[in-house]
Design a protein around this ligand. Sequence first.
Ligand code: ADP
Ligand code: ADP
Length: 220
Amino acid sequence: MIAFEHVNKQYSADAMALRDISLSVAKGELVFLAGPSGAGKSTLLKMIAAMERPSSGKVIVNGQDIGKIKPAGVPFLRRNLGLIFQQQRLLTDRSILANVMLPLLVTGAPKAQAEQRARAALDKVGLLERAPALPLALSGGEQQRVAIARAIVNRPQIILADEPTANLDRASADKVLDALKAFHSVGVTCLISTHDEQIIESAARVIHLQQGRITGTESP
Ligand code: ADP
Ligand code: ADP
C-alpha cells in the first residue's frame, strides 16, 4: 500500500532530512516510526500525503508515484488518508461537532448525513457527549482525539499520525493510542511517529530513524 524506494530528501544544501529510505507498509499494518526530534519522521509522513516530494528515489502510495502526481491528483490521494499533524489545529471558534463535520461538508456531503457521521466518529473516540463544546474547553488529549475523529470521518484507508501523543500525560497518551488502535483493528493502515519509545505497542512493527536514516526495524 505504501512503498519507499531509495528515497532521499534534501531541503537545502546542508539539510539532508532523509537518506536512502526503503520500506514498505502492507494494507492493515500498524507501524511506528521512532526517533529523536529531527530524525526525519515528519518528512517521511508528509511525503506519503504529497506535502513534500522526494529529491530522489520513489514513493508509491496506493499505486501512485508521489513524485509524479499532478496538483489535481493531490486531493484525490488525500481522500484516502486520515492526517493527524500538529499544524492542523482544530478551529477554535466552532464546536467539536462542527470541526469533525467539516471534512465531509467540503466534499459536498449533505449536512444531515455529515452530522450523523461526525457523531459516529466522535462516539468511536469516546467524545460524543462533548459534541457541542468548543475545542479549548477540552484537555489536550481530548483535543487530539477530536483530531482523530476529524481525520477518520471520511473513512480513509490510511491514517498518518505525527507525534499524536506529544505533550500529553501518560493516561491521555494511552487514550489517544487506544483510539488509533481501534481503527487499526477494523483494518485501517496506521503509521504513527513518536520520539517516545514507551508508547510503542509491542505487537506493532517499529522503524527506527536517526539523522534521516533507518537504523533498525523490529517486527513482532
Ligand atoms: P522529525 O519529525 O523526526 O522531528 P523532521 O522531518 O521534522 O524530523 O526534520 C528532519 C530534518 O529536516 C531536520 O533537520 C529539520 O530541521 C529539517 N527540515 C524539516 N522541514 C524542513 C523544511 N521545510 N526546510 C528545511 N529543513 C527542514
Ligand atoms: P454510519 O454508516 O452510520 O456512518 P458506520 O458504523 O458505518 O455508521 O461508521 C461509523 C463511523 O465509523 C464513521 O463515521 C467513520 O468515522 C468510522 N468508520 C467506519 N469505517 C471506517 C473505516 N474503514 N475507516 C475509518 N473510519 C471508519
